[in-house]
Write a protein that binds this ligand. Structure first.
Ligand code: SF4
Length: 486
């Protein structure tokens, strides 16, 4: 899973994909809200590369721009200029990789609706595991939907509580939705941010220019010039308006944040729920070295996501770390046709071995193995370049179950560890030895009491939709709506 940035329309590659990044901002006086949100989105681009959007409001108007593509592609200076206007003080922004709803423009977020609470905009990260049944019920009752993503279910539910104000309606809906999610929403005067009761997806609070910002990761706060205040607590609803920051502990917290945020998804400079991401990745490598020592000459990480664990492995084992793989920074969104030969070429386009591996016994560290096809190609690259042995070390346990909380892990039958033994995977990828970090080793490296480990052990702390058909059903809905829009 070394390579990020799935191109639009390209083959479904051998990687996990994080779903989304969100930002929200409310300031006490007029400011260039669009530019600040734009900066925040740049810092969250790694969380989703398919579409992005920014919504900005003043006391009397609201404007939105969203489209398919990277933040740098969508937000030209002309588009940003259209979001700069007198009195702008409030906004939300979103960058998306789809796991429910098709990868189409009409599914880009934020989504906006006119409701009995005025104009609302919403953006979310994660999945509502009961969205399909909720949506079916609402359709039966006469609701109409313009998108196939489950954010629209939430905003419709909020609007239905016509006798409640925005805060109380949102709190009510928090108790009705299941799954793992972090949400930001706004009207023209305030922003709200919330996490599900398990806090599966991250959301943090910062202070900037006398106002407040909510973001998926602290890295967004830093680039916006904001000071980190704290994480939104699991089950908490926070609201920022002209009177300041207000906290409501709506649901009893049962914290089980996603372990993969520390393994791979979050940026290395982020601190989530009090745990430094980079330090956790170093510890994963250290634990790996203790669990699976092997005589070798050099430790190599698969860039970028395997580097920190490789450094940890090297420190703990005493085997020197070196940059044995060079990653091209420009190949991320190259369109590759789905045939075997060109998939092999794609790995070569992105990764090239360096002389650090020639004639060496290599410990190769990566953060995960999904289908195993990319891992095998990287092992072969090293051998072709002259590595004498390749010992594969993985800084996560084997992924055996799909994620229902906003990560695209592929269907279960496609996961290497769901259908093969560790020895069979070793043979498939062509490594001399193979070891996955143990679940206790991962828990030790992260250091929290509990995290979600469902993709490793199948125990879903925030419930799950029953069958994978739940996911498929939404995708089918997506195709139907896509055809209607075509
Ligand atoms: S199932 Fe895996 S990827 Fe999904 S939230 Fe849990 S730990 Fe994270």
């Amino acid at each position: 899973m070394a390579m990020d940035g799935s191109p639009l329309g390209a083959w479904h590659d051998d990687e996990l994909h994080e779903e989304c990044g969100v930002v929200a901002l409310h300031l006490p006086s007029e400011a260039d809200v669009a530019s600040l949100l734009h900066l925040g989105l740049f810092a969250l681009q790694h969380r989703g590369q398919e579409s992005c959007g920014i919504c900005v409001a003043s006391d009397d108007q609201i404007r939105i721009e969203k489209d398919m593509g990277l933040v740098s592609e969508v937000f030209t200076e002309a588009r940003l200029e259209g979001l700069r206007f007198d009195g702008a003080r409030t906004g939300i922004a979103h960058t998306r990789y789809s796991t429910t709803g098709s990868s189409l423009r009409f599914n880009a977020q934020p989504i906006t609706v006119r409701s009995n609470k005025g104009l609302l905009a919403l953006a979310h990260n994660g999945n509502f595991t009961n969205a399909k049944s909720m949506r079916a019920r609402m359709l039966d009752e006469g609701a109409v939907f313009q998108t196939t993503n489950d954010s629209e279910v939430m905003i419709n539910l909020i609007a239905r509580y016509s006798h409640l104000d925005l805060r109380d309606a949102t709190a009510q809906v928090m108790g009705e939705l299941e799954g793992g999610f972090a949400v930001v929403l706004m009207d023209r005067h305030r922003i709200l941010g919330l996490r599900d009761r398990n806090g599966v997806r991250p959301l943090v609070i910062g202070h900037v220019e006398g106002g407040y910002v909510f973001a998926s990761e602290p890295s967004a706060l830093h680039v916006m010039g904001a000071t980190f205040l704290r994480d939104v607590r699991p089950g908490e609803l926070v609201m920022a308006d002209d009177d300041g920051l207000h906290s409501f502990q709506v649901l009893t917290p049962e914290p089980t944040p996603c372990a993969f945020e520390w393994i791979y998804f979050a940026r290395g400079d982020s601190v989530l729920d009090g745990v430094e991401v980079h330090a956790a990745r170093l510890r994963m490598g250290e634990v790996l070295a203790a669990e699976s020592p092997v005589p070798a000459d050099v430790v190599v990480g698969v860039p970028e996501s395997g580097l920190a664990a490789a450094i940890g492995y090297a420190r703990a084992s005493g085997i020197p770390f070196d940059m044995g793989l060079y990653k091209s920074p420009y190949a991320g969104r190259t369109f590759i046709h789905p045939n075997q030969r060109l998939r092999d070429q794609k790995v070569k386009l992105k990764l090239a071995p360096t002389p650090a591996v020639r004639g060496k016994r290599v410990v190769l560290v990566d953060d995960s193995i999904v289908r195993g096809t990319t891992s095998g190609r990287i092992v072969q690259l090293l051998r072709d370049y002259g590595a004498t042995e390749v010992h594969f070390r993985v800084s996560s346990p084997p992924i055996r179950f799909p994620c229902y909380y906003g990560i695209d892990t592929a269907a279960r039958k496609e996961l290497a560890a769901a259908t093969m033994t560790i020895e069979e995977i070793r043979q498939r990828i062509g490594a001399d030895t193979l070891h996955f970090l143990s679940e206790p080793g991962l828990a030790h490296a992260i250091g929290l009491n509990r995290t979600c480990l469902a993709c490793f052990d199948g125990r879903y702390p925030a419930g799950h939709p029953g069958e994978e058909a739940e996911k498929d059903g939404l995708e089918e809905d997506g195709r139907a709506v896509a055809e209607a829009h075509a």
